[in-house]
Design a protein around this ligand. Structure first.
Ligand SMILES: NC(=O)c1ccc[n+]([C@@H]2O[C@H](COP(=O)([O-])OP(=O)(O)OC[C@H]3O[C@@H](n4cnc5c(N)ncnc54)[C@H](OP(=O)(O)O)[C@@H]3O)[C@@H](O)[C@H]2O)c1
Length: 334
C-alpha cells in the first residue's frame, strides 16, 4: 500500500510517497481502507517541526474516514463494510481525558495512507448522509468546536457566539452555534470569506485586518452587552480582545494559538467580568458520537473548501499554509 511519510521534518516538500506493507488487524483491531483525510493547522506543525518524542518516519494527519475491510479476533463494535472515522486521541473514550494521549498523526501514525489498523474502540460510525470527504473533517476540528460550545459551553438558543477566522474549527463552531439557535458573529481577514460566513448563517462579520478594534465592534453588535461565548483560535494576539469583547460571566474557549502561546496578559478584566476560560483539547469519543447524532438529525454538512487527489497531498498542505481556505481542506485517498 501507499502512504505519505515525513522522516525529516522541516518543509512540506519533505513529505514522501512510499510503499509500506499492508498492516493486519490483531485482536480487537480493525483494518480500514482510508477513503479521505483532512488537514488541520496542527498537521503543518508536525510536518515542519516534527513530533516531540518521535523519531524516524511517521505518517501525518490525525483525521480520516474510510471503510472497514477486515476485523481481528474478538471485534464486536464494528463490522466489515462499516463506514467509520478514527478518533483523534485513541485513548480518550469518555469521561476525564487520559493522562497519556495517543493521537493519530502524532504519537501514532496517521491517516495519510491507503490503509490503517486501529483499535475497534478508536473508531466511530460516520453519519449516513456524509461523503467520506465530508466525514474526514470531523475528528479534530469538528469535535473541538463541539466540545467547546456544546459539551463544556452548554450553548443555548439566543446566546451570541463569536468565531475568530474562517478555518476548520471556526466554521464548525459557526455551524454548531447556528444549529443550536445562537447568533453568530464571525471575524476574518477577508470580506469574501465573511460573505461566505454570513451565507452559512452568521448574523454579522467583522474584518479583523481592517478593524483592529474588532472587540469594540463586537460589543456594539450586541447592543453593548458583550459576547456570551468566544471561540479563541488566535491565542496571545487575540485573547485580550476576546476578554474585552466578552460579556460579564461570558465564556472564552481557548482553542488555538495561531498568533503565539505566551505574552503578558492583564488578569483584572477576567476577574472583574467573572469570565470562564475553558482550555480545550479536541475531545473524547463520547463527544464525537454526540456530535454525529446532532449532525445526522440536522443533516448538517461540513464545509469542504477543496478536495485534492492523494498524489497532490503537498499541494493541500500549501493551501492550508497560505490560509487561503474557508472551512476544511481534504485529500481523497481511496
Ligand atoms: N485545542 C484544540 O483542541 C485544538 C483543536 C483544533 C485546532 N486547534 C488550534 O486552533 C487553531 C485553528 O486551527 P484550524 O485547524 O481551524 O486552522 P485553519 O483551518 O488553518 O484556520 C486558520 C484560520 O485562522 C484565522 N486567523 C489567522 N490569524 C488570525 C487572527 N490574528 N485573528 C483571527 N483569525 C485568524 C484565518 O482565518 P481568515 O482567513 O478568515 O482570516 C485562518 O484561515 C490552530 O492554532 C490549531 O492548532 C486547537
Amino acid at each position: 500500500m501507499k502512504a505519505f511519510e515525513i522522516s525529516s521534518p522541516g518543509a512540506i516538500d519533505n513529505l514522501q510517497l512510499v510503499e509500506r506493507p499492508l498492516p493486519q488487524p490483531g485482536p480487537r483491531q480493525v483494518l480500514i481502507k482510508v477513503k479521505a483525510a483532512s488537514l488541520n493547522y496542527r498537521d503543518l506543525g508536525v510536518i515542519k517541526r516534527g513530533m516531540p518524542g518521535r523519531s524516524g518516519a511517521m505518517v501525518p494527519l490525525s483525521d480520516g474516514a474510510g471503510e472497514v475491510t477486515a476485523v481481528g479476533a474478538g471485534v464486536s463494535r464494528v463490522k466489515v463494510g462499516e463506514r467509520v472515522a478514527g478518533i483523534f486521541n485513541q485513548n480518550w473514550i469518555g469521561g476525564e481525558a487520559p493522562a497519556v494521549s495517543a493521537v493519530l498523526g502524532g504519537a501514532l501514525d496517521g491517516m495519510l495512507t491507503e490503509f490503517i489498523v486501529l483499535d475497534e474502540d478508536g473508531v466511530v460510525p460516520i453519519p449516513e448522509h456524509l461523503s467520506f470527504e465530508e466525514a474526514a473533517t470531523l475528528p479534530c476540528a469538528g469535535v473541538t468546536a463541539w466540545h467547546a460550545l456544546i459539551t463544556l459551553g452548554k450553548l443555548k438558543a439566543g446566546d451570541t457566539v463569536l468565531v475568530e477566522g474562517t478555518g476548520g474549527v471556526s466554521i464548525f463552531a459557526l455551524q454548531f452555534a447556528h444549529m443550536h439557535g445562537a447568533r453568530v458573529i464571525a471575524t476574518s481577514s477577508s470580506d469574501d470569506k465573511l460573505k461566505r460566513a454570513i451565507a452559512l448563517g452568521a448574523a454579522a462579520g467583522i474584518n479583523y485586518r481592517n478593524d483592529a478594534d474588532w472587540d469594540r465592534r463586537a460589543r456594539e453588535l450586541t447592543g453593548g452587552r458583550g459576547i456570551d461565548h468566544i471561540v479563541d483560535i488566535g491565542g496571545v494576539g487575540t485573547f485580550v480582545k476576546a476578554v474585552s469583547a466578552a460579556r460579564t460571566d461570558g465564556i472564552i474557549s481557548l482553542v488555538g494559538v495561531i498568533t503565539g502561546l505566551s505574552g503578558e496578559i492583564d488578569l483584572a478584566p477576567i476577574l472583574r467580568k467573572r469570565l470562564h476560560v475553558n482550555g480545550i483539547n479536541v475531545g473524547s469519543r463520547e463527544m464525537f458520537e454526540a456530535m454525529n447524532r446532532a449532525i445526522g438529525s440536522n443533516h448538517m454538512r461540513p464545509v469542504v473548501d477543496r478536495v485534492f487527489p492523494f498524489e497532490q497531498a503537498r499541494e493541500a498542505f500549501r493551501l492550508l499554509e497560505a490560509g487561503a481556505h474557508f472551512g476544511k481542506v481534504v485529500i481523497r485517498i481511496g
